[in-house]
Design a protein around this ligand. Structure first.
Ligand code: 5GP
Length: 181
């Protein structure tokens, strides 16, 4: 299969993503046996990962979504986070798993984890498909991590650039000529 013309290189194939998600789902099944966790997806980037992760899980679970935006340019977080869409569910007493596409500076996730923790869930854990540790500015605990990635701008499998490439079924690095950091 030919790589998308705007991609410089492939990072994770469809097959690699599927295999890793099956492993993560199996671990969640074990850790939450007998419980009904609430998976909270961070829009928009996580929706494809969420749908594959949920379907790979065998235990009962429910799902909700929130949306945030951070001020700043597209590829650099400014440090200020704004809640655009809240979850619908009351999470008091629930076992919450926050499902995110990528942990970069950590600013978005630390805001979300703090916000949700204040609502007294029984437990709260973080599941991220990708982790870009080189860029971390705020420490955030990760409980389930798909893959570690280098400091490059990734697209595909839910990850966009200017809203494009989300439907590409694999993850790759965008040609640097297509964006300016
Ligand atoms: P953080 O607050 O951790 O810096 O920001 C995380 C958010 O930045 C992610 O949810 C994602 O929307 C965006 N982001 C960070 N790195 C990348 C990347 O390499 N590619 C894409 N498409 N988005 C990214």
């Amino acid at each position: 299969m030919a790589l998308h013309k705007d991609f410089e290189s492939l990072l994770f194939s469809e097959e690699q993503i599927k295999t890793r998600i099956a492993e993560m789902a199996a671990q969640i099944d074990i850790d939450y046996k007998g419980k009904t966790p609430l998976l909270i997806g961070v829009l928009k980037g996580s929706f494809i990962f969420m749908s594959d992760l949920m379907r790979a899980m065998k235990i009962e679970c429910t799902v909700d979504f929130l949306a945030v935006s951070s001020y700043g340019t597209k590829s650099e977080t400014s440090g200020q986070v704004r809640l655009l869409k809240d979850i619908n569910e009351n999470i008091e007493g629930r076992d919450v798993i926050v499902v995110e596409d990528i942990l970069d500076s950590g600013i978005t996730l630390s805001y979300i984890m703090k916000l949700l923790s204040m609502r007294r869930p029984a437990s709260i854990k973080l599941c991220t498909l990708l982790d870009k540790p080189e860029r971390r500015r705020v420490q955030v605990d990760i409980h389930y991590r798909g893959f570690e990635v280098p400091d490059a701008f990734v697209v595909g499998y839910g990850f966009d650039f200017a809203e494009k490439y989300r439907n590409v079924p694999y993850i790759g690095i965008l040609k640097p000529s297509l964006y300016a950091r």
